[in-house]
Design a binder for this molecule. Structure first.
Ligand code: NAD
Length: 362
């Protein structure tokens, strides 16, 4: 099997889908790996390290992917590059085919078999391939560091000759993978941490990390154990209790999401208005619109003394470890597609069949 990897082209993308470590493992499976020169520059993986791991270097993207049976990427290559792939080639990455009609068309017209890893079923067996989880961990960690950086306060309690400093109160909204990593990170920095979620089982997870579960009296579990969107009444109840609570909070980290929908709006402009000047909101949900009504994706704004940041590319900002995890996820999925050194698509394997795009009949 010939595997090709071109440099990422999306603005701000620093991660890579193959590291020297996973390159070596792919070569051990019998793959011939070609990477574009400079592939890992922004994630600090040198060309020589890929060569030492058994890869061949190509001078440009088209040459890296020429004749490939399998293409690995973080984000989808541009449609013009997809159009150069051979019919039947497979491609693995965070491809988001529905996000761009030209991309979807290039995949269909080229007869490519795409495996957008964000479509992977979230079963126990799939965990080692789950890019949403691995990248969310980095995002939750970085969001807290940004909050600490923007805050005009210490996070920890300090007892000093200049008196005692009280610890910051941090509220994390949403206790999925990113939210729990945010709770753990803020705790490590010494803050007092509270967190709430609409899935009741998160209480125990939050408490096990040293956080306090904030009970807003709303439980909304839907299909597959994921959160569902709140009804108008539930939303009103959540907002009433939350609004009163926010006055005592110094820093909010927003991570709430509902699969397949824009981020739920949880913090209203009025709530922000009621927060103390000097408070900070970091909205990790900015990529899907944000949990705060005032969030502007990609910007940091001042709303009456409250700083609101909507950082994008959080996972990319930790490119070394984010790439190591992403590349292992990709390797684990790719190894399902390689048998005796050849590309073999086993449509009886649920992970292969359900992840594939265009979706398969039946
Ligand atoms: P996510 O990014 O889709 O959502 C983040 C969190 O926001 C979720 O915990 C959700 O309940 C919460 N949320 C949604 N609406 C909310 C609201 N109005 N108010 C407060 N919170 C709200 O979630 P995720 O991090 O991708 O994962 C969620 C769950 O899936 C976790 O329990 C995780 O353990 C599980 N999971 C399982 C697997 C697997 O088995 N392969 C992999 C990943 C995640």
């Amino acid at each position: 099997v010939r595997i090709g990897i071109a440099r990422e082209t999306a603005p701000g993308e620093r991660r890579v889908a193959i590291t020297p470590e996973t390159c070596r493992k792919l070569v051990a499976l019998g793959a011939a790996v070609t990477v574009e020169r400079g592939l890992g520059r922004h994630a600090h993986f040198a060309d020589e390290a890929y060569v030492a791991a058994g890869a061949v270097l190509a001078d440009d993207a088209a040459a890296a992917l020429a004749g490939a049976d399998l293409v690995l990427c973080v984000q989808a290559p541009p449609p013009a590059l997809l159009a150069t792939l051979r019919e039947g080639a497979a491609i693995i990455g965070q491809l988001q085919p529905d996000a761009d009609p030209a991309r979807a068309e290039a995949i269909r017209a080229g007869g490519l078999v795409a495996f957008p890893l964000e479509r992977l079923p979230r079963t126990t067996r799939a965990q080692a391939m789950d890019i949403l989880s691995s990248q969310a961990g980095m995002a939750g960690y970085k969001a807290v560091l940004i909050a600490a950086q923007l805050a005009p306060r210490f996070f920890p309690m300090l007892t000093t000759a200049a008196g005692t400093i009280r610890p910051s109160k941090v509220l994390v909204i949403g206790a999925g993978v990113a939210g729990l990593q945010a709770v753990a990170t803020a705790r490590r920095l010494g803050a007092q941490v509270e967190c709430f979620d609409v899935r009741p089982e998160t209480r125990e997870q939050i408490e096990s990390l040293g956080g306090r579960f904030l009970d807003l009296g709303v439980s909304a579990v839907g299909e597959g154990g994921y959160a569902r969107a709140l009804t108008d009444e539930e939303r009103a109840e959540q907002q009433k209790r939350l609004g009163e609570h926010l006055r005592g909070i110094d820093t909010i980290v927003c991570t709430a999401a509902v699969p397949g929908r824009p981020a739920p709006k949880i913090i209203t402009a009025r709530m922000v208005d009621g927060m103390a000047a000097g408070s900070v909101i970091v909205d990790l949900a900015a990529e899907t619109g944000g949990n705060c009504e005032l969030t502007r994706p990609g910007e940091t704004i001042d709303a009456g003394g409250v700083t609101i940041a909507g950082p994008l590319d959080l996972a990319s900002s930790g490119a070394v470890h984010a790439s190591e995890m992403f590349a292992r996820n990709v390797f684990n999925f790719a190894s399902l597609l390689v048998s005796d050194g050849a590309l073999v698509l086993d449509w009886d394997d649920e992970l292969v069949a359900k992840t594939a795009w265009p979706p398969r009949e039946g």
